[in-house]
Design a protein around this ligand. Sequence first.
Ligand code: SF4
Length: 65
Amino acid sequence: MRVEHAQGTCGGVENCVAVAPDYFEVDEAGLIRVVSAVIADADVERVTQAVGECPTGALRLLKDS
Ligand code: SF4
């Protein structure tokens, strides 16, 4: 599974960073950056929680095809 971030709709609330700091971080410009787009099986539940807690819908899960 993969995670995608849409900078245009990100509100910078940083819920994602709080829940999964190994997948999301704040860069030097203060913008959210995806550290790893590919989600390890063991982390799917936690990253799914981070996506669910994004208030602006800027994060999206993509299933591997
Ligand atoms: S939780 Fe959503 S709106 Fe907040 S920083 Fe992360 S991606 Fe952006």
